[in-house]
Design a protein around this ligand. Structure first.
Ligand SMILES: CC(C)(COP(=O)(O)OP(=O)(O)OC[C@H]1O[C@@H](n2cnc3c(N)ncnc32)[C@H](O)[C@@H]1OP(=O)(O)O)[C@@H](O)C(=O)NCCC(=O)NCCSC(=O)c1ccc(O)cc1
Length: 139
């Protein structure tokens, strides 16, 4: 299974008056982590558009579980992987570590989409290309 890890330093502007990270900031970090996962796996946004004729990977379901708070100056490590792929939809898992400790779990269901051939103003789910499945899952 393909995994990407990135270290993120919490900034002053990420925090609320209680000096802990305001939770929507984690969702923005998770979005960056999913984009980075695709990029590092060799599927940049430009590749999705130009090579595969896709438009993007919109979110259809997401949630998180928060165990340990962080504040400005802290470093966290976000570990991201695709846990499963169906036809066009896939499950992304983010594990956030503070040192060795699991601080947050993030869950996403996303869908690979292209333009609807009938109405190009609309998005339409698209099957996962086999080479992308192989890279992310090892199958
Ligand atoms: C994504 C869609 C275009 C797919 O619609 P359709 O083309 O009609 O496909 P379907 O309804 O058949 O569903 C396709 C698959 O998604 C699955 N699906 C659809 N909705 C859901 C939900 N809510 N949960 C779980 N799975 C779902 C469905 O089971 C199908 O699975 P597969 O068997 O693996 O193919 C449509 O569901 C949609 O527009 N949903 C709203 C998406 C949205 O507004 N999200 C929030 C903002 S987008 C965003 O944040 C973003 C991030 C990154 C980007 O690059 C782009 C956008």
């Amino acid at each position: 299974m393909f995994v990407n890890r990135r270290d993120v330093q919490i900034q002053w502007g990420d925090c609320d008056p209680a000096n802990i990270v305001y939770y929507p900031r984690y969702f923005a970090m998770f979005d960056d982590s999913t984009s980075t996962l695709f990029e590092v796996a060799g599927f940049s946004k430009q590749d999705l558009v130009r090579k595969y004729g896709l438009v993007g990977i919109p979110m259809v379901d997401t949630r998180s579980k928060f165990y340990i708070p962080s504040t400005y100056g802290d470093w966290i490590t976000i570990e991201t992987k695709i846990e499963s792929i169906k036809r066009s939809s896939f499950e992304v898992k983010h594990n956030v570590y503070k040192g060795e400790a699991l601080a947050i779990e993030g869950f996403e269901t996303r869908v690979l989409v292209g333009r609807d051939p009938v109405n190009p103003d609309k998005l339409k789910s698209a099957p996962f290309p086999a080479e992308m499945v192989a890279k992310f899952t090892g199958n």
